[in-house]
Design a protein around this ligand. Structure first.
Ligand code: ADP
Ligand code: MG
Length: 680
């Protein structure tokens, strides 16, 4: 097994130069090389005769190069052409912008080409996607793998190296699935899977290999999550919260609205966890404004009513302050003592808070990540709540829970997560969803406007300002970047305050400001002293100003759908009709699709799925942090069923294997990034 971690440099036929190039492809050892998955294949068993090539579908040809030429078009494109002949006829093959091909492809060569035939001005040309020059010493197989290349590497070298590596090292590769389970689930063995992903005999063999390796990745990821989870649960002294507490009833009676049935449902799920002898590890998902904070506050009431302390951690100062103020009001008529630990308090105040938290005088403390500092000590912490969980890592969550004896943990997010992602990124959590809005909310009317309509958007917002409402203007960057003609918050602020809205009070909020400044501005906006708030995405999550009815988002094409949806959630929080204006350049189909989705859908889960389909999983919070963007075979979009299966199968892996160093190094090698993050 250890041989799998042997450095790539010492593998036969590699050496220092090629090993440097392989490093650039992320290949450091034998294991990595096995996981260097071909990006395509050449199927030499399926050759199409040149005389009868169909248009616009993938074709393979084999023939002799009879002529080559290089050209530059008027617009500066470089075109390389080769005329290729087989027994049936001749076709011109073209490559764009690869000038070095002149030194590679030569008259007289025997060549394979894949691509599509295009009809340009009645002349048929093959637009080449892959080429392969045939020569003596080739592997005698039909399907050839095509690898990503860099530097001195070429296909032949990689094929040969992999051929050797499979022969020499594959027997050292660990098999996680017993034959019985494999047969039952229809998976081939791991060694066969590697053999066939690199050198498949046919499509069927390739598909089976792909399925097994996709499953392998997901299974390993699941085992990693399980490890983290068991680490979280290491401490066995569970907290059992009381079933009935007077405090919960007391605050519930004071609510001036009825909880939605979705809120009731998740509250029940949370309470059941809190009352049980198991540690709660629950994720509460709900669209912006769906009423998560009320649910969290009631859970805190239960904890305090049961004699425990509770803490709420938020990712930004602004949010922490807002939660603090909310809870103060929420618990105004109770004896609950609430404090905050944020950058906004004085050292003297901080000292007092720390003392009172450790003595137990303070029941609830709200704060930013200042809460996980060493100096913060609780008397008897029973419930930890983390807002916008995706902004924190697993480690931070664990550090906060370690301030108590296995307190229950509730993490909340307003970023809707597609189900397949929730099962992976948040796979160590149980999930509760609020899928219903409080009654009476008017959906935010959303329109996309090209940049040239900017003034109209501002005019529209002016009408709302005159009617007494407030306006957000959001832009993506903080400082002017010379390269891109992006509006930055500062110059936008200047423009809006002097020329566009000289008669209104305009404020500016961005990430580089001091937290006291930020808070001052935010309070002024909340209080109505500021009417137009120019801001970067620091206001993205949770900020609640119900008098704001318009949000204008500049350069909207720069944001993902989920983020746009988050931003839109800043308005529509009161009774009046609200509006979201997306200013941008819809230059690509993708951008058009995204703006259309924003106009049509108000459902965060729907938009998240759409985002996943359009942009792929990389943009979702947690995907990169967990190393899931390193998945080589599995797809977070398409492999939902394998993701679920992997959770079940993870329970069946033999305990000795689970405990072994082998599995640890296996996981460590597979999810390198993840391990780095976990170590921090
Ligand atoms: P979230 O945290 O999910 O964004 P909040 O808990 O901040 O949502 O709730 C948004 C607003 O809706 C708050 O002003 C809250 O008081 C109000 N609210 C919450 N639940 C209800 C409900 N069931 N009926 C009416 N208003 C509600
Ligand atoms: Mg909230």
């Amino acid at each position: 097994m250890d041989r799998l971690w042997e450095e790539i440099q010492y593998v036969k036929g590699v050496g220092p130069q090629r090993s440097r190039d392989l490093h650039r492809l992320g290949v450091e050892n034998v294991f990595d090389l096995l996981w260097l998955i071909p990006r395509a294949y050449f199927n030499r068993s399926r050759i199409d005769p040149i005389a009868s090539l169909p248009l616009d579908v993938p074709v393979n040809i084999r023939g002799r190069v009879i002529n080559t030429s290089q050209n530059r078009t008027g617009r500066g494109f470089h075109i390389f052409k080769a005329a290729v002949e087989d027994q049936s006829g001749v076709i011109v093959a073209t490559w764009f912008n690869q000038p070095y091909l002149g030194n590679v492809i030569k008259t007289g060569q025997d060549i394979f080409l894949s691509g599509k035939v295009k009809d340009s001005y009645r002349i048929k040309e093959l637009h080449v996607s892959e080429y392969e020059i045939m020569a003596g010493g080739d592997l005698d197989i039909n399907v050839l793998p095509i690898y990503p290349l860099t530097g001195s590497l070429n296909q032949k070298i990689l094929r040969k190296t992999l051929h050797g590596v499979l022969e020499q090292y594959l027997s050292h590769y660990p098999e996680l699935l017993r034959p019985q389970i494999r047969n039952q689930l229809g998976f081939i063995g791991i060694d066969q899977a590697f053999q066939n992903i690199h050198f498949p005999e046919n499509t069927e063999a390739y598909l089976k290999a792909k399925k097994r390796l996709a499953f392998e990745e997901l299974l390993l990821f699941r085992l990693l999550l399980n490890k983290e989870k068991s680490w979280l649960e290491l401490n066995q002294q569970y907290i059992i919260h009381q079933e009935k507490t007077e405090l919960v009833n007391q605050v519930r009676q004071k609510l001036d609205f009825a909880l939605t049935s979705a809120q009731e449902k998740v509250l029940l799920e949370i309470f059941r966890d809190m009352e049980s002898a198991q540690v709660m590890n629950r994720l509460l998902q709900g669209d912006v404004g769906s009423g998560k904070t009320v649910v969290a506050a009631l859970a805190m009431a239960k904890a305090v009513g049961s004699g425990y302390q509770s803490t709420l951690m938020a990712p930004t100062e602004i949010l922490a302050e807002q939660h603090y103020n909310y809870l103060q009001r929420f618990f105004a008529e109770t004896d609950i003592v609430i404090a905050r630990l944020t950058g906004g308090i004085s050292p003297g105040e901080k000292k007092l808070v720390l003392e009172a938290v450790s003595s137990g005088e303070i029941n609830i403390v709200v704060g930013t990540h200042a809460l996980i500092q060493e100096e913060v000590k609780f008397n008897n912490l029973g419930l930890v709540i983390i807002d916008e969980q995706h902004r924190f890592g697993v480690r931070q969550r664990a550090l906060l829970s370690q301030k108590g004896q296995s307190p229950d943990v509730l993490v909340m997010t307003a970023t809707p997560i597609p189900r397949t992602l929730a099962l992976t990124v948040y796979g160590d959590l149980d999930i509760s969803i609020i899928n219903e809005m409080p009654p009476g909310r008017k959906p935010v009317k959303t329109r996309y406007l090209p940049r040239s309509y900017r003034q109209r958007a501002y005019d529209f917002a002016r009408q709302q300002l005159i009617a007494g409402a407030q306006v957000y203007v959001i832009c993506p960057l903080v400082e002017e970047s010379e390269k891109q003609d992006l509006l930055d918050a500062v110059s936008l602020y200047e423009e809006l305050s002097t020329t566009v809205y000289p008669n209104f009070r305009v404020g500016l909020l961005h990430g580089r400001m001091k937290s006291t400044e930020k808070e001052y501005i935010m309070q002024a906006f909340k209080g109505g002293q500021i009417q137009v708030l120019v801001a970067t995405t620091v206001i993205e999550v949770g900020v609640d100003v119900s008098n704001a009815t318009v949000i204008i988002i500049e350069h909207a094409e720069r944001f993902g759908l989920s983020q746009l949806h988050q931003l839109r959630g800043r308005v529509g929080r009161g009774l009046r009709q609200s509006y979201c204006l997306l200013l941008g350049e819809a230059r690509t189909n993708e951008a058009i699709r995204r703006f259309k989705a924003m106009e049509d859908s108000k459902d965060g889960f729907e938009l998240a799925n759409e985002d996943l389909n359009i942009r792929g999983p990389g943009d979702f919070w947690g995907v990169k942090q967990h190393g899931l963007d390193e998945l080589k075979v599995a797809s977070l979009i398409r492999d939902g069923d394998l993701i679920e299966l992997s959770a079940k199968v993870a329970q069946m892996v033999e305990p000795e294997l689970l405990e072994s160093n082998l599995l640890s190094s296996y996981i460590a090698n597979k999810f390198k990034k993840n391990q780095e993050i976990a170590r921090n």
